[in-house]
Design a binder for this molecule. Structure first.
Ligand code: ZN
Length: 238
């Protein structure tokens, strides 16, 4: 069974009325809830727990880590960032959600600024599936429509994704690469754009479906450990 750790900064939901109304127990509880219902072995971790809830022990028992943060990226300890990065390179999957584009963990793995344009004006968003048949899009039609979204616009300063799965259109005219797959070492990373703290995005069945698909996709698949360094030839050389 795939083991998922759902990480959340968990600040907006405690400090902001609109966010608390949408996610009274925190975004992490909603995400963990629907992943649990879909058969994943799920736990949560939050910023204010010791070591942000991401001890060696927890990460050693995590196949896929999902990350939601926004206002407190700077409070994430660099030691924990190192640990997460190392685990991803070793094969742990990572789902970076919405404003996690600016998280230390995602920026570290991308190596770029991860900056973008944004606007909070309750706009319609259409996420177009641009890679039909990709495992992350299973069960999704040609597009997902969200009636109220925060706009994220290009340029999104990330390295070109290995596979682009969703491209968003926004009512105000911008577009955005909303579903991006990357590989870092042995680990798979998926960035997924929707999910602002004051919109009910994580209650949308299609969004839940995409995230469940992404967990399956990002879970480690094993394989032989690669060997590095100088080696003898397999056949005799003259
Ligand atoms: Zn947002």
């Amino acid at each position: 069974m795939v083991t998922v750790t759902v990480w959340n900064e968990f600040r907006h939901e405690r400090e902001n009325d609109d966010a608390r109304e949408q996610y009274p127990d925190g975004i992490h509880e909603v995400i963990a809830g629907f992943l649990d219902e879909r058969g994943f072995d799920t736990r949560t971790a939050t910023l204010d727990e010791p070591e942000h809830g991401l001890t060696e022990e927890v990460l050693d028992d995590t196949d896929v880590l999902t990350w939601w943060g926004h206002i407190a990226h700077d409070e994430v300890d660099d030691e924990v960032v190192d640990r997460v990065q190392e685990r991803v390179l070793d094969g742990m999957g990572l789902l970076a959600l919405h404003s996690a584009h600016y998280s230390k963990v995602f920026k570290r793995l991308m190596g770029t600024s991860c900056s973008l344009k944004w606007r909070e004006d309750e706009e319609r968003e259409r996420l177009w599936v641009v890679e039909p048949g990709h495992p992350i899009t299973e069960g999704v039609d040609e597009y997902i429509e969200l009636p109220e979204s925060e706009m994220y616009g290009e340029r999104f300063d990330v390295p070109a994704p290995d596979t682009l799965v969703f491209t968003s259109w926004f009512e105000g005219g911008e577009v955005f690469r909303s579903g991006c797959c990357f590989r870092r070492g042995a680990g798979k990373v998926f960035y997924f754009r929707p999910g602002h703290e004051t919109y009910p995005v994580y209650y949308e069945p299609e969004i839940q479906q995409v995230l469940a698909n992404a967990v399956e996709w990002a879970a480690p698949t094993g394989g032989p450990d690669p060997e590095f360094g100088e080696r003898d030839p397999l056949e005799p050389l003259d």
